[in-house]
Design a binder for this molecule. Structure first.
Ligand code: FMN
Length: 186
């Protein structure tokens, strides 16, 4: 079974977008199409970027572990909030940290905000950074408006039928790219 890692990007005190990461984990487990785990940037608590991993003399075990989880995954879901029209520093921190690990990695981007637009403005800047670093961003969106009302703290959606339908389309695009990647690697 393919393996997907979910990067939960918000490290804000009282964050709400983590609910979306919890939801995707449950959804993938229910669907049984992939194994998955959440890489929580709050738990990793990385220092502000000082050098790329490949140029660090003595990287921490946490950095090495994170890099290995990205490298060995078949696909990535990034769950990011929108801050002032962009993505949070915590996420740029790990985008810049790695390099070969991102190459051709299928990445699906889910965005969240407490307003009506679901963090959709994040897409352009994040997609550009991931394109620059030679990742493979999947052409699918999963904007979550009013995130605090759309999911409870455990990641259960307020409207499961509608949310699961949207998630199916989003995840199917990611799975397609993961399969294409696997076949090209043969
Ligand atoms: C510094 C900061 C900037 C924000 N900027 C925006 C914004 O540009 N657009 C928006 O829709 N919401 C914005 N918000 C509201 C967030 O979408 C909302 O707090 C959401 O819950 C963020 O995810 P989080 O709770 O995981 O941090 C901002 C919040 C913060 C803390």
């Amino acid at each position: 079974m393919p393996h997907i890692v979910i990067i939960s990007a918000s490290v804000r005190i009282g964050r709400n977008s983590h609910r979306v990461a919890l939801y995707f984990k449950k959804f993938l487990e229910e669907q049984k199409t992939a194994t998955c785990e959440i890489l929580d940037l709050t738990t990793y608590n990385f220092p502000v970027f000082h050098e790329r991993l490949q140029h660090q003399d003595s990287p921490s075990t946490e950095v090495l572990e994170f890099a290995n989880k990205i490298k060995t995954s078949d696909g990535v879901i990034i769950v990011t909030p929108e801050y002032n029209g962009g993505y949070p520093a915590s996420l740029k921190n790990v985008v810049d940290l790695l390099y070969p690990e991102w190459r051709r990695k299928p990445i699906a981007i889910a965005t969240a905000s407490d307003g009506s637009f679901g963090g959709a403005q994040v897409i352009t800047s994040l997609q550009f950074s991931l394109w620059k670093i030679r990742a493979w961003t999947v052409p699918a969106m999963f904007p979550v408006p009013k995130v605090q009302n759309s999911f409870d703290q455990e990641g259960n959606p307020a409207d499961k039928a509608v949310t699961d339908k949207r998630a199916t389309g989003f995840i199917n695009e990611l799975l397609w790219c993961m399969e294409a990647n696997k076949r090209m690697a043969k």
